[in-house]
Design a protein around this ligand. Structure first.
Ligand code: TXA
Ligand code: MG
Length: 345
């Protein structure tokens, strides 16, 4: 299949290209779209056949449900049963990087929700995504636009690498601002249960909800027979080609370890900007300053992709804190590392 590529910026939306892409969505095709978190692989959320094409293009297990993207919070009414807490969260965080799990209505086929009777709803703030949803006149179901198991795409180049020839069109809207997928919450009474951490932090949710709980699968490795609240949490994710080891310890001790590792083994290092002058520049990636979690979030997935083109035996990265945006970094990295943590004394 020939994949058409359209280029635009949020400041200068190409109305003609949006119209063409909306026609593709309406006729059951697939369009990759930029969002403020990561690129999504979009299709008509009410069309079971179109959703099936998403699973095929990604190689995604069919029990892993999709997020549906809407143009305005109240559009959720058409697809799901909302609640006062949904609207409180919407008022605080939508449009933006928050996904809320709600009981679904019949208009959403079970092929979109992996057979669940709930649906994940998100209203993205990215102007290009917003324009396409509006022009399509329907919610757009979109998982991250990567091949299943590889890091989520944060640039059109990543999408092209994974999806060229497999989908109808890609909208190149530049680099994604946040770089990690949305925060996902499930609502129980006045409690929000965080199923996946993202840029909307637990503290931020706590300003709106009476109680915030963090699902065990966010930080822990689930046992063989345990079922996560979010099906996606059971799959190995973002696995780079070489094994990834996360380092935990005092800053100086970890820096010393990295310097020694470079002379001892064939390794790649995802290091802080502060460490770059200490290291020789073979196979090192600057992920941002130690305290700059926003930059680390923006660079993580492209850094993991970059390591795939380095022939190394092992990759080292820092174990992030679990505070604020750190929890989202922690969650993605421990899964990329299959929970391999090395303590440095
Ligand atoms: O930022 C994002 O959320 C991006 C952009 C494109 O919007 N999308 C994204 O989708 O990350 P995806 O499919 O890669 O991840 C969706 C996650 C999966 O872990 C899935 O299991 C979970 O959401 N999910 C979807 N529907 C669910 C439901 N009804 N109940 C529980 N978890 C659900
Ligand atoms: Mg994904």
């Amino acid at each position: 299949m020939d994949t058409q590529i359209f280029r635009m910026t949020p400041e200068e939306i190409d109305a003609q290209a949006i119209k063409s892409c909306a026609e593709i969505i309406k006729s059951g095709g697939l369009v990759a779209i930029p969002t403020e978190t990561v690129y999504g692989l979009g299709a008509d959320a009410t069309d079971a056949d179109a959703a099936a094409k998403i699973y095929a293009a990604k190689g995604r297990p069919s029990d892993n449900p999709l997020i549906i993207h809407i143009a305005a919070p109240e559009d959720a009414e058409r697809y799901a049963h909302t609640s006062p807490l949904y609207y409180k969260l919407a008022k605080a965080f939508m449009p933006g990087p928050l996904t809320v799990i709600l009981p679904k209505k019949d208009i959403i086929p079970s092929g979109v929700t992996g057979g669940l009777d709930t649906v994940a709803v998100r209203c993205p703030s990215h102007k290009v995504a917003h324009a396409l949803i509006e022009a399509s006149c329907v919610a757009i179901a979109a998982p991250s636009a990567n091949l299943s198991g590889s890091p989520s795409p944060t640039s059109a180049e990543h999408v092209i690498a994974d999806m060229n020839g497999r989908i109808d069109a890609i909208i190149d809207g530049g680099q994604c601002e946040i770089g990690l997928e949305s925060t996902i919450v499930k609502l129980e009474g006045e409690t929000a249960i965080m199923l996946r951490p993202g840029a909307i932090t637990a503290d931020a949710l706590g300003c709106v909800c009476e109680k915030v709980e963090i699902a065990a699968a966010v930080t822990e490795l689930l046992g063989e027979n345990e079922r996560p609240l979010s099906p996606g949490m059971k799959y190995k994710h973002y696995a780079p080609a070489a094994p990834l080891v996360l380092l935990e310890g005092e800053d100086d001790a970890v820096a010393d370890f990295l310097v020694a590792a470079q002379s001892r083994e064939n390794c790649a290092i995802l290091g802080y900007s502060e460490e770059m002058p200490l290291l020789n520049n073979k196979n090192i990636i600057d992920v941002g300053a130690r305290d700059d979690l926003a930059t680390q979030a923006q660079t993580l997935f492209s850094a993991l992709r970059e390591t795939n083109s380095m022939s190394v035996d092992v990759i080292y990265a820092h174990l992030p804190t679990q505070n604020g945006l750190g929890l989202a970094l922690y969650n993605r990295l421990i899964r990329a590392a299959a929970h391999t943590i090395k303590h440095i004394d």
